[in-house]
Design a protein around this ligand. Structure first.
Ligand code: PLP
Length: 405
């Protein structure tokens, strides 16, 4: 047997199989009710619209460019559409502020590569999106806790980063309906993150993967919108907005985007040239067509279904969870975050649950950069119907009640 570990770069030691990916395999087992995956419901994909879009491309001269190499910045009509979308969100920008990536996950990888030298510090919430930790880990950073609305001093962050041999480089957060908690950062919290970033002179990475999926409550301006309102122009801002078509149209095409000041976009474009030249031309064209023809209607359809499922899951948690547990009440997104009594372990609970209750969820610890959070877990309602939700949460509630004793 070759010892590959001796040959791999040190950065590879932090790459471990994701608990979520392993668990996704369980979705195929018919006896398990799974709230584990955080994926969109395929029944909601605009498949007819995509079929039409691809047919139109193949039936016209556009097929030649669709199958050809294209520019690293991304397909121009899609970027133009995004410029209009962003204006509606309070983010006035120009074409050179918009960059297409192969899913916002690729954007997170590029941003890690652009900002993090080994031992630099990334500020992330505890918990945060596991995929962001995985993307950043490859660049060998340290993490420190970002608490939107909290009151840690910039100096305390600076000193902690210096002790770890680097500097604070960015704050990463999902301000709307985060993965894993479903929670939203209020306007005051967003402004405080911006203020902290200014004091530390670091970038803010705003992960807006779920931004369009609001079911109730009032929309809060994106951090980038707040910053543009303050500074006057996107090119004077430090917030980097990462968006995705995965949760609204379809994830399989791997089309996401970054909206930011032009100097950062120019660097990212160079990175893309080196990494994969450009995102799939034909998929960008198809996304552009489908978005142009009916983005709002599609988002309306998705929202109506998920909002109903969110309601059903909140009602089931209320009905079946024993006292001593608590959970978030998200205004959008796909996730609810459950906290068990101190001392209980979400991973052990999952092992028992798969054996007896036959319900899958994601234990929370992997979402914490400091390894805490053992007594938490994430449930997703995006792919579950009312009956699965009622049955699954009732079984889970019974199991947890038995464990609490
Ligand atoms: C918070 C968050 N950011 C980014 C992504 C990546 O999405 P994509 O690469 O499909 O755009 C996900 C996917 O689950 C996510 O939950």
């Amino acid at each position: 047997m070759l010892n590959w570990d001796n040959m791999f770069a040190t950065r590879s030691t932090r790459m471990r199989a994701s608990e979520i990916r392993e668990l996704l395999k369980l979705l195929d087992r018919p006896d398990i009710i799974s709230f584990a995956g955080g994926i969109p419901d395929p029944a909601l994909f605009p498949d007819k619209e995509f079929r039409q879009a691809y047919a139109d491309i193949f039936d016209s001269s556009a097929v030649n460019s669709a199958l050809q190499y294209s520019v690293s910045e991304g397909y121009k009509p899609l970027r133009e559409w995004l410029v209009k979308q962003m204006a509606d969100l309070g983010i006035p920008c120009a074409l050179d502020n918009v960059f297409i990536v192969s899913g916002s996950q690729q954007g997170l990888d590029y941003l890690g590569k652009l900002f993090l030298s080994p031992n630099d510090t990334a500020l992330v919430t505890w918990p945060t999106y596991l995929g962001a930790l995985q993307a950043f880990n490859a660049y060998e950073p340290s993490y420190d806790q970002l608490t939107p609305g909290g009151n840690r001093t910039p100096d305390s962050y600076r000193e902690a980063a210096a002790q770890k041999g680097g500097k604070v480089k960015f704050a990463y957060l999902s301000a709307d309906f985060s993965n894993p908690t479903g929670e939203t950062v209020d306007r005051d919290g967003r402004e405080k993150v911006l203020k902290l970033a200014e004091e530390l002179d670091i970038a803010v990475i705003e992960d807006a993967a779920y931004q369009s999926l609001r079911y109730d409550g009032n929309p809060i301006p994106p951090i980038l919108a707040l910053e543009i309102a303050e500074k006057g122009h996107i090119n004077d801002t430090r917030t980097i907005y990462c968006g995705s078509f995965s949760k609204t149209l379809a994830p399989g095409l791997r089309v996401g985007f970054i909206v930011a000041n032009a100097p950062v976009i120019r660097k990212l474009v160079l990175m893309k040239q080196a990494a994969d030249l450009h995102s799939s031309t034909i998929n960008q064209m198809a996304i552009s067509e489908v978005a142009e023809r009916g983005f709002d209607a599609q988002v309306g359809k998705v929202r109506a279904v998920y909002s109903q499922r969110r309601n059903a899951m909140l009602a089931a948690l209320e009905k079946y969870m024993p006292s001593g547990t608590s959970w978030t009440k998200p205004e959008g997104g796909m996730f609810i975050w459950v906290t068990l009594p101190e001392g209980m372990d979400g991973a052990k609970l999952l092992a028992k649950s798969l054996e007896s209750a036959k319900v899958a969820f994601v234990p929370g610890q992997a979402f914490f950069a400091d390894g805490s959070g053992a007594n938490t877990f994430r449930v997703s309602f995006s792919c579950a119907n009312d009956q699965m939700i009622d049955e699954g949460i009732s079984r889970l509630g019974r199991l947890i009640a038995g464990e609490i004793g």
